[in-house]
Design a protein around this ligand. Structure first.
Ligand code: GLU
Length: 493
């Protein structure tokens, strides 16, 4: 076997997801167990959604978990750059090859034509996808349109019939009919490559031998395999890992469970326990032992033992394991050191102190006023929300609308939060003090506390989100039906 090289290729478009860490862990174990390398590549071709902040968060969260990479940003190897936005020339050269050998074509269809086509296909209940309209353009028609700078994309050709067959390391033979595969856009009208194109070019040039990724990509694999063929390259081995699930078996999503690694860090989980827990997702040690370290997992790893039944990410089980680590792995001295480093992180303390200083008379007042900054979930009940004019239903609604607003914010900064909260208060026709009341209680457990905006900024969006969600539950929750009605109202609010 050639040298084993695996990779993860996160897109920096959101929170550092526990699913990314799970896939990274299995890639790293597989590579290291075979004496190979584990690469990290940033897939930031979606320029509108990619942010530096998200990239930094992903990198620092993986490092926090101990999931370091052998090559990638900050650890340059022979196959860089490891950020797709720095590889544009490579993609331009490569698309040229496909245009020349006739396996890709320019498509000048306007967005209006594509919309009509889609609408027609929906009406006919036929397979959605591009109809090949521009395949019939002659060479000179194409050249004239290019000379006139007509906007266009470049698409890949797909066989008209038959099946794409490939081996998945966990599933064995997979076959998908070509009729289900769209003539994928490879280069967008702004000249940027799509995920599919950049991903294949990079996996080849970075000599990735095994593509181990989430099963949501399995239906894209025919396009990737075809691209390898179009280039005349050998395809890597493919392995599609089962997706993490909520205890109710639905796909893990932040609407039901916190999914950001930052949340688990902020809640005071030990990174080694969380990593161990991710290792239990679909995998068991040959010995059956549930508590194991990264190096133990790497030493005993065997990808064929991964089970395809959707692994459940269950916070109660994680709590149990984390507690076991705290008791069995930390001496009292280590506990003290690590707890202090977590609770009194200098950047956090620096934000909290000015808020508390104005309000306390003695140090002994600090814990009761500021304890909520390090608490996990708060002791609240419906009675905590008792207010002279706002009843429980309205409190729940205020909290839900605030949650949606916060989730939609791209940057959680003071001005943005302030503008949103004031705008919401006005829409509710409430004085800002009354409007903020349920938020005070949800975030701090108390009716009077430090400023809501400061609290959100210090707690961070992950903890703030979890607390607001917990408060809505305490207030009786919002049923699916109510949520639908509220969502409609929120959109027109
Ligand atoms: N950029 C893709 C993602 O965000 C990578 C998928 C793959 O591993 O091919 O998940």
């Amino acid at each position: 076997m050639n040298k084993v090289r695996t990779r993860i290729a996160p897109s920096p478009t959101g929170d550092p997801h526990v699913g990314t860490a799970y896939i990274a862990l299995f890639n790293r174990c597989f590579a290291h167990q075979h004496g190979g390398e584990f690469v990290l590549r940033i897939e930031d071709t979606d320029q509108q959604r990619s942010t530096d902040k998200s990239e930094q968060d992903i990198l620092s969260s993986l490092k926090w978990l101990g999931l370091t990479w052998d090559e990638g940003p900050g650890c340059e190897g022979d196959f860089g750059p490891y950020r797709q936005s720095e590889r544009s020339d490579i993609y331009s050269d490569h698309i040229q090859q496909l245009l020349e050998n006739g396996s890709a074509f320019r498509c000048f269809c306007t967005p209006e034509r594509l919309d009509e086509l889609r609408a027609q296909q929906m009406q006919d209940k036929s397979q959605p996808g591009y109809d090949g309209h521009c395949l019939s353009l002659s060479q000179s028609e194409c050249e004239n349109k290019c000379a006139a700078d007509e906007p266009h994309v470049i698409r890949m050709k797909i066989p008209g019939s038959g099946e794409c067959e490939f081996e998945d390391m966990l599933r064995g033979g997979v076959s998908i009919a070509w009729s289900q595969i769209d003539m994928q856009v490879l280069i967008k009208s702004d000249g940027m490559p799509t995920y599919h194109f950049a991903n294949v070019v990079d996996d080849h040039l970075m000599e990735i031998s095994h593509v181990i990724r989430g099963e949501e990509w399995i239906n894209s694999t025919p396009k990737h395999i075809l691209l390898y063929q179009h280039f005349g390259w050998e395809a890597p081995a493919f392995c599609h890992m089962p997706l993490l699930r909520n205890p109710d078996k639905s796909k893990l999503s932040k609407r039901k469970n916190p999914t950001s690694i930052r949340y688990y860090e902020a809640m005071g989980y030990l990174p080694e326990a969380l990593l161990n827990y991710l290792g239990m997702m679909g995998w068991t040690m040959p010995s059956g032992e549930e508590k194991f370290s990264l190096s133990e997992m790497e030493a005993s790893f065997d990808i064929s033992r991964v089970s395809l039944g959707g692994p459940i990410f269950d916070i109660e089980k994680l709590d149990w394991l984390n507690g076991k680590y705290i008791r069995e792995e930390l001496t009292d001295e280590e506990f003290t050191k690590r707890f202090a480093a977590w609770a009194f992180a200098p950047e956090k303390v620096a934000q909290i102190v000015p808020l508390l200083k104005q309000r306390v008379e003695r140090f002994s007042d600090v814990a009761s006023l500021g304890g909520f900054f390090i608490d996990g979930s708060l002791e609240i009940s419906e009675a905590s929300f008792a207010h002279k004019t706002i009843d429980s239903a309205q409190s729940a609604k205020i909290l839900q609308f605030t949650l949606w607003k916060l989730e939609a914010l791209e940057q959680l900064d003071r001005d943005a939060v302030e503008v949103e909260l004031h705008a919401l208060a006005a829409k509710f026709e409430l004085k800002i003090r009354d409007f903020l009341f349920p938020l005070f209680v949800a975030l701090s457990g108390k009716a009077v506390s430090t400023s809501v905006i400061e609290s959100i900024l210090i707690l961070g969006i992950d903890i703030a989100r979890a607390r607001i969600r917990q408060a809505i539950l305490v207030l009786g929750g919002i049923s699916k039906k109510q949520a639908k009605a509220l969502e409609k109202e929120f959109c027109n609010f």
